[in-house]
Design a protein around this ligand. Sequence first.
Ligand code: PLP
Length: 384
Amino acid sequence: MNRETKLMHYGRVSLPGPANPPVMRASTILHDTVGSYQDTKRRRENDDAILSYGRRGTTTAHALAAAICDLEGAEACFLFPSGVAAVAGAIAPYVGAGDSLLVVDTIFPATRTYCEGVLARNGITIDYFPWDTTDLSAFVKPNTKAVMVESPASQTFEVMDLPALCKDAHARDLVVIADNTYGSSWLYRPLDLGCDVSVVAGTKYLGGHADVMMGAAAAKGPATPRLRQHSQMTGQTLGPDDAYNCLRGIRTLGLRLDRHQENGFALADWLKARDEVQAVLHPGLPEHPGAKVWARDATGCNGLFSVIFAEGFDAEGLVDRLSLFAIGSSWGGFESLAMPSDPNAGRMFQDTARTGPMVRFHAGLEHIDDLIADMLASFNVAAN
Ligand SMILES: *Cc1c(COP(=O)(O)O)cnc(C)c1O
């Protein structure tokens, strides 16, 4: 069945019944016999979708987990209250005091903060490696346990060769955890490329309407029991209302990403032609250094890209004058966004070629003519 069709059928309850699995709010699940209670506890050991206690998710969260599992090609999927919680829940089972974790230098800033602020304080060494590494020999230590990657990078869009990196990491007995938020379980399948765990911030495109916080960690192979145990022991869960809204967002994931991609390309092409622009960082543009690898490994692009303006250009003024692009954290909702940011912030391997100010744009679902008219108006004021 085509995956577009599957989006409409995830979580279907037996008929007659509602088209969406209903919101089930519950902590205690009641039984009428001790035998039934004990039987449920026994069965849940082999099945994540057994209704046993609210912390293990109700039918609403189970339906969402099954959908993400299918989208990611995973054996199991564990839900978290945010993307950062999912990142933490995917890394933590693999590292303890005295261990070392390898992290790609272009990682999402909040992941770096978790590594430095929590893991490092608990006796775990964090080592960084450049995004274009496919041979980890120069970075691996005897105590290295896992590799945390993200492709493309969420501010500067460097594309990693995950199949080559995973092959090298597995030969060294290292697990590979990928942050798949850019691909959002639709454009990219890290588990198919060799990763052990794929994490996605559902806050972005899965929810898709800027009104849900959630994260998921999808696993296969030996990573599955490891993540399950850690997630259960640390009490990670997602409330049924957020699970419901996220699954509702997933119905239109394919449709929305098609439009985000289309608007993103149109804006990127338009901006590229401006004199004020030094470079457009977008993994789908032919001049992007990772374009070939991305085209090989992914099925498309989302609405995100960054622009490096000419040195001295007042990028902040441009962003302030835009009326259809609001300024705010996060992305993946229906709305367009613009956010000035520093491409080298916090990084160990600095890219000194990038001298001008950078702005990251998120192309929303507005009509492209209006988005371009807004850009043009904002540039025209700058020129006066
Ligand atoms: C947003 C984001 C996260 C964190 O998600 P939250 O739900 O905001 O905690 C993690 N990784 C990437 C790449 C993101 O863009």
